[in-house]
Write a protein that binds this ligand. Structure first.
Ligand SMILES: Cc1cc2nc3c(=O)[nH]c(=O)nc-3n(C[C@H](O)[C@H](O)[C@H](O)COP(=O)(O)OP(=O)(O)OC[C@H]3O[C@@H](n4cnc5c(N)ncnc54)[C@H](O)[C@@H]3O)c2cc1C
Length: 385
C-alpha cells in the first residue's frame, strides 16, 4: 500500500521502529511482568528527538502534527503499547498548551517537553466521573494570586512520573459543565500528591495513578485558556488525540498479525505448516484486511486534523473505534492461531491481547463514541461531501 508519507514522515517512522526493535523488544516482557515505568526507553526516545515530533519548531520541536505523532505511536505499539502510551500520554498532556496556552506558557513549558526532560499528563477522570466527565467534583476556588484545588483524579496515565499535569477542575460549581477550567499543575506544587498506583490487565509498563489535591495553590498564570471553557477544551483535545489511540490499537494489531503469520509458517500439524491450511489462511487474510483498513482510517483522520479542519469529532471517533475493535479482534485471532502456546506468557500475543483491550475503553469508550458518531449523523442534513 502507498501511504503517501513524506520523506520526513518515513524517517520518523523508521527511527521509531528501530528504537522499538532494538531497545524495547528485548525488555518488553520484563517491563510488563514487573509493571515498571520504562525510564531508560523514555530517555532513548528523548535522545532521538521523538518528543519533538508533535511540537512546533518555534518551541524547539520538529513541527510535525497528528500524523507524525501517530506514526511514532504505531511503531512503538507494534512492539509494546505500554511504552507507547507513556509517550502518547505526554502528547495528550501537551495538547492543552499547544491549542489554548498563552505565548508565555508555551515558551515556559514546551521546550522542556520537546526535549523529553519533562513528561506531561492529562487529568480529567474521577471516581464518579468517567464517561460522564461533566460529573467531576474537583474544585478550583479563586483566591488572591491563584486558585486552590481540592479533589482526587483517578486512572491518570503517567501519574507520578510526569512533571506537568493538565488538570480539569470546577471554577464555578453552580454552572455545571460551563463551570470547568483547565490548569497546568507542576509536580512539586505543595498540596499535590499521588495516591493509589493501579495494577492493570495490560499496558503494564505505563503508570496509572490517582492525583490528590488538598488545598493546592496553583498560580493564576497557570490557568490554560480562560475560566469556564474547560469542557469545550476537553472535547476538542480528545477529538485531536483519539487518532493516537487509534494508532496505538493499529500498532498492537500489526504486531499480532506479524507474530501470527510467523508462527503459522513454522508450526507443523498434520505434516504441514499451519499456514498451508485454508481455514488458517482465511483468518490471517481477515486480520490483514482489518489492519490495513484501520491504518488508512487513522492516517486519513490524522491528515484531516493536520489540514486545519475545524470539526473532526466524527472522523476522530471513527478512527479510534474502528482501530480499537480491530486490535481486539486481531489479537484474539492471533492467540487462536498460536493455540495453547498463545495462552502462555512465553509468546508475545498473550501480552498483545491484554494490551489491546484498553484501546476500546479510554479516551471515550467505544459505546460513548458510537453515540457521538450517531449524533453527528443525526444533525447532518443531506449527504457529506
Ligand atoms: C489504563 C487507563 C488509563 C487511563 N488514563 C487516563 C488519563 O490519562 N486521563 C484521564 O483523565 N482518564 C484516564 N483514564 C480514564 C478513562 O478515560 C475512563 O476509564 C473511560 O473514559 C471510561 O470511564 P469509566 O471507566 O468511568 O467507565 P464508565 O463511564 O463507568 O462506563 C462503564 C461502561 O458503561 C458504558 N457506558 C457508560 N455510559 C454510557 C452511555 N451513555 N452509553 C453507552 N454506554 C455507556 C461504557 O462504555 C463502559 O462500557 C484511563 C483509564 C484507564 C483504564
Amino acid at each position: 500500500m502507498e501511504y503517501f508519507l513524506t520523506e520526513q514522515q518515513k524517517t520518523i517512522k523508521k527511527l521509531a521502529r528501530r528504537i522499538a526493535e532494538e531497545r524495547i523488544l528485548p525488555v518488553r516482557a520484563e517491563l510488563d511482568e514487573r509493571e515498571e515505568f520504562p525510564w531508560a526507553i523514555i530517555k532513548e526516545l528523548a535522545d532521538s528527538d521523538m518528543f519533538r515530533v508533535f511540537i512546533p519548531e518555534e518551541y524547539e520541536g520538529l513541527g510535525g502534527g497528528c500524523l507524525e505523532l501517530c506514526l511514532v505511536v504505531e511503531e512503538l505499539s507494534r512492539v509494546c503499547s505500554g511504552v507507547a502510551v507513556s509517550f502518547a500520554a505526554s502528547a495528550l498532556g501537551t495538547f492543552s498548551l499547544l491549542e489554548y496556552g498563552s505565548e508565555e506558557q508555551k515558551r515556559k513549558y514546551l521546550p522542556s517537553i520537546a526535549s523529553g526532560k519533562r513528561l506531561a499528563a492529562f487529568a480529567l477522570t474521577e471516581a464518579t466521573a468517567g464517561s460522564d466527565a461533566s460529573a467531576i467534583k474537583t474544585t478550583a476556588e479563586r483566591v488572591e494570586g491563584g486558585y486552590i484545588l481540592n479533589g482526587t483524579k483517578q486512572f491518570i496515565t503517567n501519574g507520578g512520573d510526569a512533571e506537568l499535569y493538565t488538570v480539569i477542575a470546577l471554577t464555578a460549581k453552580e454552572k455545571g459543565p460551563r463551570g470547568a477550567s483547565a490548569f497546568l499543575v507542576e509536580k512539586d506544587t505543595p498540596g499535590f500528591s499521588f495516591g493509589k498506583k493501579e495494577k492493570k490487565m495490560g499496558i503494564r509498563a505505563s503508570s496509572t495513578r490517582e492525583l490528590v489535591f488538598r488545598n493546592c495553590l496553583v498560580p493564576a498564570e497557570n490557568m490554560i485558556g480562560r475560566e469556564g471553557i474547560g469542557f469545550i477544551m476537553v472535547m476538542r483535545l480528545l477529538d485531536r488525540s483519539r487518532p493516537g489511540v487509534g494508532a496505538q490499537a493499529l500498532g498492537v494489531a500489526q504486531g499480532a498479525l506479524e507474530a501470527a503469520v510467523d508462527y503459522a509458517r513454522t508450526r507443523i500439524q498434520f505434516g504441514h505448516p499451519l499456514i498451508a491450511i485454508q481455514a488458517v489462511q482465511h483468518i490471517l487474510a481477515n486480520m490483514a484486511i482489518k489492519v490495513e483498513a484501520a491504518r488508512l482510517l487513522v492516517y486519513a483522520t490524522a491528515r484531516t486534523i493536520d489540514s486545519g479542519a475545524r470539526n473532526f469529532t466524527e472522523e476522530s471517533a471513527m478512527a479510534k473505534v474502528f482501530a480499537s475493535d480491530t486490535a481486539m479482534s486481531v489479537t484474539t485471532d492471533a492467540v487462536q492461531i498460536f493455540g495453547g502456546a498463545g495462552y502462555m506468557r512465553d509468546y508475545p500475543v498473550e501480552k498483545m491481547f491484554r494490551d489491546a483491550k484498553i484501546t476500546q475503553i479510554y479516551e471515550g469508550s467505544n459505546q460513548v463514541l458510537r453515540d457521538a458518531i450517531a449524533f453527528e449523523l443525526r444533525k447532518r442534513k443531506g449527504r457529506r461531501e
